[in-house]
Design a protein around this ligand. Sequence first.
Ligand code: AMP
Length: 221
Amino acid sequence: MYLVVLGPPGAGKGTQAALLAKRWGLTHLSTGDLLRQAVETGSPLGEKVKGLLGKGGLVPDDIVIALTQERLESLQDRGAVLDGFPRTLEQARALDRALAGKGVDRAIFIRVSPEELVRRVSSRWTCRVCQTPYNVFTSQPRVPGKCDRCGGELYQRADDTVEGIRKRLEVYLAQTVPVIEYYRERGKLLEVDGEVGVEEVSRRVEAALADPQAQRLRGGG
Ligand code: AMP
Protein backbone atom coordinates (compact mmCIF):
# COMPACT_ATOMS: atom_id res chain seq x y z
CA MET A 1 0.00 0.00 0.00
CA TYR A 2 1.20 3.52 -0.83
CA LEU A 3 -0.27 6.45 1.09
CA VAL A 4 0.39 10.16 0.67
CA VAL A 5 -0.13 12.63 3.53
CA LEU A 6 -0.89 16.16 2.34
CA GLY A 7 -1.44 19.43 4.14
CA PRO A 8 0.09 22.82 4.87
CA PRO A 9 3.29 23.18 6.92
CA GLY A 10 2.45 22.47 10.56
CA ALA A 11 -0.69 20.41 9.82
CA GLY A 12 0.80 17.39 11.57
CA LYS A 13 1.77 15.43 8.45
CA GLY A 14 4.92 14.01 10.04
CA THR A 15 3.12 12.91 13.21
CA GLN A 16 0.23 11.27 11.34
CA ALA A 17 2.54 9.68 8.74
CA ALA A 18 4.60 8.10 11.56
CA LEU A 19 1.42 6.71 13.19
CA LEU A 20 0.15 5.36 9.87
CA ALA A 21 3.50 3.72 9.12
CA LYS A 22 3.46 1.98 12.51
CA ARG A 23 -0.18 0.91 12.25
CA TRP A 24 0.14 -0.52 8.71
CA GLY A 25 3.76 -1.74 8.83
CA LEU A 26 4.86 0.70 6.11
CA THR A 27 8.03 2.76 5.69
CA HIS A 28 7.69 6.44 6.61
CA LEU A 29 9.33 8.43 3.84
CA SER A 30 9.70 12.16 4.56
CA THR A 31 11.48 14.19 1.88
CA GLY A 32 11.97 17.08 4.36
CA ASP A 33 13.75 14.74 6.81
CA LEU A 34 15.89 13.21 4.03
CA LEU A 35 16.92 16.65 2.79
CA ARG A 36 17.73 17.96 6.29
CA GLN A 37 19.78 14.84 7.02
CA ALA A 38 21.67 15.30 3.74
CA VAL A 39 22.53 18.87 4.78
CA GLU A 40 23.61 17.77 8.30
CA THR A 41 25.93 15.05 6.98
CA GLY A 42 27.34 17.31 4.23
CA SER A 43 26.64 14.77 1.45
CA PRO A 44 26.81 15.90 -2.22
CA LEU A 45 23.00 16.18 -2.19
CA GLY A 46 23.21 18.22 1.03
CA GLU A 47 25.73 20.60 -0.57
CA LYS A 48 23.36 21.10 -3.50
CA VAL A 49 20.27 21.93 -1.41
CA LYS A 50 21.64 23.64 1.69
CA GLY A 51 21.13 27.16 0.27
CA LEU A 52 17.46 26.39 -0.40
CA LEU A 53 16.43 24.55 2.74
CA GLY A 54 15.48 26.70 5.69
CA LYS A 55 14.32 29.56 3.48
CA GLY A 56 10.84 28.22 2.81
CA GLY A 57 11.17 27.71 -0.97
CA LEU A 58 10.99 24.31 -2.68
CA VAL A 59 13.95 22.20 -3.75
CA PRO A 60 13.81 21.69 -7.59
CA ASP A 61 11.54 18.88 -8.79
CA ASP A 62 14.28 16.86 -10.52
CA ILE A 63 16.32 16.59 -7.28
CA VAL A 64 13.38 15.62 -5.05
CA ILE A 65 11.90 13.24 -7.63
CA ALA A 66 15.25 11.42 -8.05
CA LEU A 67 15.68 11.19 -4.26
CA THR A 68 12.17 9.78 -3.73
CA GLN A 69 12.45 7.36 -6.66
CA GLU A 70 15.70 5.99 -5.29
CA ARG A 71 14.09 5.41 -1.86
CA LEU A 72 10.99 3.81 -3.36
CA GLU A 73 13.12 1.42 -5.43
CA SER A 74 15.07 0.40 -2.34
CA LEU A 75 11.76 -0.57 -0.66
CA GLN A 76 11.03 -3.14 -3.40
CA ASP A 77 7.25 -2.81 -3.26
CA ARG A 78 6.94 -3.08 0.50
CA GLY A 79 4.77 0.03 0.65
CA ALA A 80 5.27 3.48 2.15
CA VAL A 81 3.67 6.53 3.70
CA LEU A 82 4.94 9.58 1.84
CA ASP A 83 5.13 12.75 3.90
CA GLY A 84 5.98 16.09 2.22
CA PHE A 85 5.94 14.52 -1.25
CA PRO A 86 4.42 15.22 -3.77
CA ARG A 87 4.38 18.99 -3.33
CA THR A 88 3.94 19.94 -7.01
CA LEU A 89 1.87 18.51 -9.89
CA GLU A 90 5.07 17.40 -11.62
CA GLN A 91 6.02 15.38 -8.52
CA ALA A 92 2.51 13.85 -8.35
CA ARG A 93 2.74 12.70 -11.97
CA ALA A 94 6.26 11.34 -11.43
CA LEU A 95 5.03 9.38 -8.42
CA ASP A 96 2.21 7.83 -10.45
CA ARG A 97 4.75 6.77 -13.09
CA ALA A 98 7.12 5.37 -10.44
CA LEU A 99 4.29 3.25 -9.03
CA ALA A 100 3.86 1.54 -12.38
CA GLY A 101 0.86 3.56 -13.49
CA LYS A 102 -1.34 2.34 -10.63
CA GLY A 103 -0.45 5.33 -8.49
CA VAL A 104 -0.94 5.77 -4.76
CA ASP A 105 -3.79 4.02 -2.98
CA ARG A 106 -5.00 7.02 -0.97
CA ALA A 107 -4.02 10.65 -0.39
CA ILE A 108 -4.90 11.95 3.06
CA PHE A 109 -5.37 15.71 3.29
CA ILE A 110 -5.08 17.16 6.81
CA ARG A 111 -6.95 20.46 6.94
CA VAL A 112 -5.83 23.22 9.39
CA SER A 113 -6.57 26.99 9.42
CA PRO A 114 -3.70 29.45 8.69
CA GLU A 115 -3.96 31.05 12.20
CA GLU A 116 -3.53 27.68 13.88
CA LEU A 117 -0.58 26.83 11.58
CA VAL A 118 1.39 29.95 12.51
CA ARG A 119 0.76 29.26 16.22
CA ARG A 120 1.87 25.64 15.90
CA VAL A 121 4.92 26.05 13.72
CA SER A 122 6.43 28.94 15.67
CA SER A 123 6.24 26.83 18.86
CA ARG A 124 7.70 23.67 17.27
CA TRP A 125 10.97 22.08 18.34
CA THR A 126 12.44 19.12 16.47
CA CYS A 127 14.89 16.36 17.47
CA ARG A 128 18.17 16.79 15.58
CA VAL A 129 18.70 13.01 15.54
CA CYS A 130 15.34 11.28 14.93
CA GLN A 131 13.29 14.33 13.77
CA THR A 132 10.47 13.79 16.32
CA PRO A 133 8.52 17.07 16.64
CA TYR A 134 7.60 18.67 20.01
CA ASN A 135 5.48 21.70 20.82
CA VAL A 136 6.09 24.09 23.71
CA PHE A 137 2.33 24.25 24.44
CA THR A 138 0.89 20.86 23.57
CA SER A 139 3.62 18.19 23.61
CA GLN A 140 6.61 19.13 25.73
CA PRO A 141 9.50 16.68 26.13
CA ARG A 142 9.92 15.07 29.58
CA VAL A 143 13.40 16.60 29.95
CA PRO A 144 13.66 20.16 28.52
CA GLY A 145 15.73 20.28 25.33
CA LYS A 146 16.03 16.46 25.02
CA CYS A 147 14.11 14.02 22.83
CA ASP A 148 11.94 11.50 24.79
CA ARG A 149 12.59 8.83 22.16
CA CYS A 150 16.32 8.97 21.58
CA GLY A 151 17.77 11.62 23.93
CA GLY A 152 18.82 13.75 20.94
CA GLU A 153 19.11 17.53 21.16
CA LEU A 154 15.98 19.56 20.30
CA TYR A 155 16.33 22.58 18.00
CA GLN A 156 14.11 25.04 16.17
CA ARG A 157 14.15 24.50 12.40
CA ALA A 158 15.48 27.49 10.45
CA ASP A 159 12.21 27.66 8.48
CA ASP A 160 10.02 27.53 11.62
CA THR A 161 10.04 31.32 12.05
CA VAL A 162 7.08 33.61 11.38
CA GLU A 163 8.73 34.81 8.13
CA GLY A 164 9.62 31.24 7.13
CA ILE A 165 6.06 30.05 7.73
CA ARG A 166 4.59 32.91 5.69
CA LYS A 167 6.81 31.98 2.76
CA ARG A 168 6.02 28.26 3.08
CA LEU A 169 2.28 28.97 3.17
CA GLU A 170 2.59 31.01 -0.05
CA VAL A 171 4.48 28.18 -1.73
CA TYR A 172 1.91 25.69 -0.42
CA LEU A 173 -1.05 27.65 -1.84
CA ALA A 174 0.58 28.12 -5.26
CA GLN A 175 2.22 24.70 -5.73
CA THR A 176 0.69 22.11 -3.43
CA VAL A 177 -3.03 22.97 -3.40
CA PRO A 178 -3.23 21.81 -7.07
CA VAL A 179 -1.87 18.42 -5.89
CA ILE A 180 -4.86 18.09 -3.53
CA GLU A 181 -7.18 18.67 -6.51
CA TYR A 182 -5.17 16.16 -8.57
CA TYR A 183 -6.00 13.38 -6.09
CA ARG A 184 -9.58 14.59 -5.59
CA GLU A 185 -10.22 14.33 -9.35
CA ARG A 186 -8.89 10.77 -9.29
CA GLY A 187 -11.21 9.77 -6.41
CA LYS A 188 -8.25 9.13 -4.08
CA LEU A 189 -8.54 12.03 -1.65
CA LEU A 190 -9.58 11.59 1.98
CA GLU A 191 -10.03 14.85 3.89
CA VAL A 192 -9.65 15.04 7.66
CA ASP A 193 -9.97 17.94 10.14
CA GLY A 194 -6.48 18.46 11.58
CA GLU A 195 -7.51 20.63 14.56
CA VAL A 196 -8.96 17.97 16.85
CA GLY A 197 -5.83 16.67 18.65
CA VAL A 198 -3.27 14.10 17.50
CA GLU A 199 -5.17 10.99 18.67
CA GLU A 200 -8.53 12.09 17.31
CA VAL A 201 -6.99 13.06 13.95
CA SER A 202 -5.38 9.62 13.81
CA ARG A 203 -8.70 7.92 14.67
CA ARG A 204 -10.45 9.83 11.89
CA VAL A 205 -7.70 9.02 9.39
CA GLU A 206 -8.08 5.31 10.18
CA ALA A 207 -11.90 5.56 9.94
CA ALA A 208 -11.60 7.30 6.56
CA LEU A 209 -9.21 4.61 5.29
CA ALA A 210 -11.56 1.88 6.47
CA ASP A 211 -14.59 3.45 4.79
CA PRO A 212 -13.56 6.00 2.16
CA GLN A 213 -17.03 6.10 0.61
CA ALA A 214 -18.73 7.18 3.86
CA GLN A 215 -16.00 9.75 4.45
CA ARG A 216 -16.51 11.25 1.01
CA LEU A 217 -20.27 11.43 1.49
CA ARG A 218 -19.82 13.27 4.79
CA GLY A 219 -17.50 15.69 2.98
CA GLY A 220 -14.41 15.19 5.16
CA GLY A 221 -13.59 15.71 8.81
P1 AMP B 1 9.14 19.66 5.44
O1 AMP B 1 9.95 19.02 6.52
O2 AMP B 1 8.26 18.67 4.71
O3 AMP B 1 8.37 20.86 5.91
O4 AMP B 1 10.19 20.20 4.32
C1 AMP B 1 11.15 21.19 4.63
C2 AMP B 1 11.69 21.81 3.35
O5 AMP B 1 12.31 20.80 2.54
C3 AMP B 1 10.66 22.46 2.44
O6 AMP B 1 10.33 23.77 2.84
C4 AMP B 1 11.38 22.41 1.10
O7 AMP B 1 12.38 23.40 1.01
C5 AMP B 1 12.06 21.05 1.16
N1 AMP B 1 11.22 19.96 0.62
C6 AMP B 1 10.70 18.90 1.30
N2 AMP B 1 9.96 18.11 0.51
C7 AMP B 1 9.99 18.70 -0.72
C8 AMP B 1 9.39 18.39 -1.98
N3 AMP B 1 8.61 17.31 -2.13
N4 AMP B 1 9.65 19.21 -3.02
C9 AMP B 1 10.44 20.29 -2.90
N5 AMP B 1 11.01 20.66 -1.74
C10 AMP B 1 10.80 19.87 -0.65
